[in-house]
Design a protein around this ligand. Sequence first.
Ligand code: SAM
Ligand code: SF4
Length: 318
Amino acid sequence: MNVKPIRPLIDNYGRRIRKLRVSLLDACNFRCVYCMPLNPVFMDSSRWLRPDEIEKVCSTLVDFGLEQIRLTGGEPTLRDDFRDIVLRLSTLSLDKLGLTTNGWNLTKELDFLNDSNCKHINISLDSLTKEIFNRITKRDYLDKVLDSILSAKRLGFHVKINTVLMRGINDHEIFDFIKFSAEHDVEVRFLELMSIGQVSGSKDKLFVPASEVIQMISSREELTGEQSKCDSTSFNFKTSSGASIGFIASETLPFCHNCSRWRLSADGFLRVCLMSEKGIYIRDTVPEDYKLILNELLKMKPYRKIERVEQDMYKIGG
Ligand code: SAM
Ligand code: SF4
């Protein structure tokens, strides 16, 4: 359990910042169509925050009331010092330390993670069929990702699958995912495609609203709603067939009014909102300046949803 913060981060709308997404790098070995171009230009690794710098920023934010950290990217497990970073963050007084990954390299890390405090793993998986998986990610790694999911489950991790639904590409697999969830006791969260980067101006023909998916599932299954925290990004159901499903409806049901999250980029830009490019570089911030800078950041966080952002997700840290 977290200790009482010395100065909680609460903005003028009463939103308390208690979650941080930490992007370890922008590079990735997949090329998901909605996330990055085929030939992306990645940040030079010399710009990445070092493990001690990441630890310093995170531990300072814990003093200000941060409760949860999730490592992301790009693909966070690709960093050579991934374990050093996890070990350092494992020592912080957090309620939750999590990881969002494409699952490609995960089996190798599971024993290590099991010995750390990082027990919450979200794995992205947009298709259960090879051909479609390959078409979306441009890589032939479905078996590796499935192996990661099942191995992580076996070891007792809290595993969630993130599935971005796209019309005409993978939306016919919704019931396959439900079956997979029930069979393997793993939660599947259906994400609305967001107007970010690659798809910011062209997502409409691919977009599937969560309401449509819920209606479709309800025609075959009974859905029982589950309780979730007010700043949760997803709303969740149990299905009559035993699946656990969730929806992240960032486009049609934005949760900005309850958002409790900031993001730290791989090179130390503390960003207040996924959809806004506002933020401050804090790499070289000295302890006595933190209060001032964090107060500035609190003022920058938008209250209403911003329609689109040109920057790609892999650069922001998803
Ligand atoms: N590489 C890791 C992975 O894929 O899980 C972590 C980074 S990735 C950017 C984090 C999440 O962002 C993934 O679940 C991905 O599907 C999601 N994502 C990326 N671009 C998106 C978009 N335009 N709309 C919705 N979700 C998106
Ligand atoms: Fe890589 Fe994740 Fe983006 Fe896919 S969604 S390209 S796995 S960073």
